[in-house]
Design a protein around this ligand. Structure first.
Ligand code: SF4
Length: 354
């Protein structure tokens, strides 16, 4: 049984001895540690995995292949219901044009992210992914689906998760990432996305993805109306899943953009995001790669490198967050200079060909 930690020094000693902190310790840190103290602890855990001053980045594109979705999450400004005249589905040629542009800009990672579109059969996806693999080979890599979309497609095709994962693998898919998780507590889901899935189902699907030999990641979104306890429950479940499977290649947290959504609200501050990033690094002692979100924090995301992160994306497009207020800069050099000014030398990290 875990116990509450009384002082900052107690936690510091635990971490120095490479002991795991408890959820109660994490709660205590959130409420009591200063920003500087969180930075110090997060940097000490980071140094177990990465050289001080080193960091990596990728140039990538999120391809929103359809905005038609029946899930109706109240925090989403992107989706259109079936039959809406603004609904769309990208053709293979439109996807190829986006991938060609990505390569021309020096990127080599695409992440597909769309809605739960009841009119798209499994063959649309398998055909698309097989065509990409055949056309581009190892010149680029793609995150085929999020876990949430994977679950919807499997259910829609009346396939169990293991069979669905196998079908995608045979179509050339290597990655199904942990998107669509937002806050992984049942209470949060019933408040905001009751048509999506339960948390237990989410992890059941992700386990099947790992067992099929596909790669996956952990994600999290903060800044809705979730409580600190809900954030901690999300981290706790993530750490447990990683203990059990070892399948999570990275953890990425970004922030909710409230503009034009039904839920609305106010954005949390970058300072709060950075504190949470630090807490995630300290708590998730079994995930080596902790990523910071340029997409939602712009160049201030780079300060996340001081709060335990070691990796970031430079995205060239994401309609989902852009519709809700995110802005994207293609001036990559300006962003990389920020990392250098903070004392980090960014190295390009390619997932293509791996
Ligand atoms: S967040 Fe995803 S699943 Fe939810 S409504 Fe938007 S597109 Fe659909």
């Amino acid at each position: 049984m875990s116990t509450s930690t009384a002082t900052f020094e107690d936690v510091r000693i635990k971490l120095r001895e490479q002991q795991r902190i408890s959820t109660e310790d994490a709660r205590w840190l959130w409420h009591n540690a200063s920003d500087a103290e969180l930075r110090e602890l997060a940097s000490s855990v980071r140094s177990r995995f990465h050289q001080p001053g080193s960091c990596t980045y990728m140039v990538m594109r999120i391809i929103n292949y359809t905005n038609v979705c029946v899930a109706q999450c109240d925090y989403c400004a992107f989706y259109r219901l079936p039959g809406d005249k603004e609904g769309y589905v990208l053709s293979q040629d439109q996807v190829f044009a986006r991938l060609d542009e990505l390569l021309a800009l020096g990127g080599d990672l695409a992440a597909f992210n769309g809605g739960f579109n009841p009119h798209l059969p499994l063959d649309y996806y398998c055909g698309l992914f097989a065509a990409i693999r055949s056309r581009y080979g190892n010149r680029l890599e793609f995150y085929a689906l999020t876990v949430a979309e994977f679950m919807y497609l499997a259910d829609h095709a009346k396939l169990d998760y293991a069979t669905a994962a196998q079908r995608f693998k045979e179509a050339g898919v290597r990655w199904i990432t942990g998107g669509g998780s937002e806050i992984l507590t049942e209470n949060f889901r019933s408040r905001h996305s009751k048509f999506k899935y339960t948390v237990a189902e989410y992890f059941e699907a992700q386990r099947a993805i790992v067992q099929a030999g596909l790669k996956t990641t952990a994600t999290m979104v903060i800044g809705f109306d979730e409580t600190i306890d809900e954030r901690l429950e999300h981290l706790e479940r993530t750490r447990r899943f990683q203990d059990e499977t070892g399948g999570l290649a990275s953890f990425l947290c970004w922030t909710y953009k409230p503009y034009f959504t039904q839920l609305g609200g106010i954005e949390i501050t970058t300072a709060e995001y950075l504190r949470h990033l630090a807490l995630s690094r300290i708590y998730l002692d079994n995930i080596s790669r902790i990523r910071t979100s340029v997409l939602t924090q712009n160049e201030r995301a780079l300060e996340g490198l001081l709060y335990g992160a070691d990796d970031f994306d430079l995205p060239i497009e994401d309609e989902v967050t852009q519709k809700a207020g995110a802005t994207i800069s293609l001036d990559f050099d300006r962003i990389l200079v920020v990392a250098r000014k903070l004392g980090f030398e960014p190295a390009y990290r390619s997932v293509a060909g791996h």
